[in-house]
Write a new protein. Structure first.
Length: 68
């Protein structure tokens, strides 16, 4: 149970990082503040990467459980 809660918290933080990174990249592109791109792009990519890893782990666990 604790492992599942940790996973949910990590996923929510990753989603928040993705949203915040998207906002920074958007500001950097459309508001003429290119300094926002430097921290925005890695933040966005981190959110996408962590979310993708959690998604893959969930699919793998689902397939294992279904195979039983």
């Amino acid at each position: 149970m604790a492992k599942g809660m940790k996973l949910w918290i990590i996923w929510l933080v990753a989603l928040a990082a993705g949203v915040y990174g998207t906002a920074m990249v958007y500001t950097g592109i459309f508001s003429g503040q290119p300094s926002q791109l430097l921290p925005g792009i890695p933040t966005l990519l981190l959110g996408i990467w962590v979310t993708g890893n959690i998604w893959a782990s969930a699919r793998q666990a689902f397939r294992k459980q279904r195979a039983r």
